[in-house]
Design a protein around this ligand. Structure first.
Ligand code: PGA
Length: 254
């Protein structure tokens, strides 16, 4: 794996405003925790990938070209008569480098299947974006001890058509941990990430689900965790600052 920085992907979902975007970016742009210290000389990854609502991507990129941006979803077709959808090609043109696909809220509220998510991930790559492919089990599956069986199928189907050498990221987000304040234990995360690492030796692996300032360092230092996907806490400047600083400590520690 080439990355040495730790990923902090902030997913604003359908929250935030242009005013908050400017405040947030200005708070971090000169902060060493968000700088890609090692990226200057080696082929490394950014630390902060900012995924605001798509309507803010262009304004963010035009005002702060150094900020690395991502979309929150894209359509599986390059262009076409799909009213209201967002294409990977236009996300790229607007300044995005990454795109989240298969978030559990898309799976749930928009009935997205593994097969559709695989198509979206393939289109994202064709358009020059790096997909962040989300997977995660329900509370019922977790309570029944079926997490790994479920994830194996979800992963295989959501990655169908991709090859392991392509540039993509996998984010493990247990559904029961998203926005609930319940975080998976370090033991649970370690178990899932070691399983994922066996399947995907070179793919960056993120954890997401109620990541906060107080648990970020512990999660980021769990074996085979290369970063976190942060929802609610990424809308609060002070809390997010602590998370970015935890990531910086992890880089320094390696
Ligand atoms: P949360 O969301 O941090 O608010 O739990 C995470 C996510 O949905 O990616």
């Amino acid at each position: 794996m080439q990355n040495t920085n730790t990923y902090i992907v902030s997913n604003w979902k359908m929250n935030g405003t242009a005013v908050l975007m400017h405040e947030m970016v200005k708070a971090f742009i000169e902060n060493p925790a968000t700088k890609n210290d090692k990226a200057q000389s080696t082929n490394t990854t950014p630390r902060w990938v900012f995924c605001p609502p798509a309507l803010l991507i262009t304004e963010t990129k035009q005002n702060y070209p150094e900020i690395i941006l991502g979309g929150q979803d894209c359509h599986q077709k390059r262009t076409g008569a799909f009213t209201g959808n967002i294409s990977a090609s236009l996300l790229k043109e607007s300044g995005a480098t990454y795109v989240i696909v298969g978030h559990s809220e898309r799976r749930h509220y928009h009935n997205e299947s593994n097969a559709l998510i695989a198509e979206k991930a393939c289109m994202a790559i064709k358009c020059g974006l790096i997909p962040i492919i989300c997977i995660g089990e329900s509370e019922e599956t977790y309570n029944n001890g079926l997490t790994l069986d479920f994830l194996k199928k979800q992963l295989d189907e959501s990655l169908c058509g991709l090859n392991k050498e392509q540039h993509f990221i996998v984010a493990y987000e247990p559904i029961w941990a998203i926005g609930t304040g319940k975080t998976a234990t370090r033991t649970d995360i370690e178990k899932v990430h070691s399983f994922l690492r066996n399947q995907l030796p070179d793919t960056p692996l993120l954890y997401g689900g109620s990541v906060t300032a107080s648990n970020a360092y512990d999660i980021l230092t769990t074996p085979n965790v290369n970063g976190v996907l942060v929802g609610g806490a990424s809308l609060k400047i002070d809390e997010f600052k602590t998370i970015l600083e935890a990531a910086r400590m992890c880089d320094t520690a390696t």
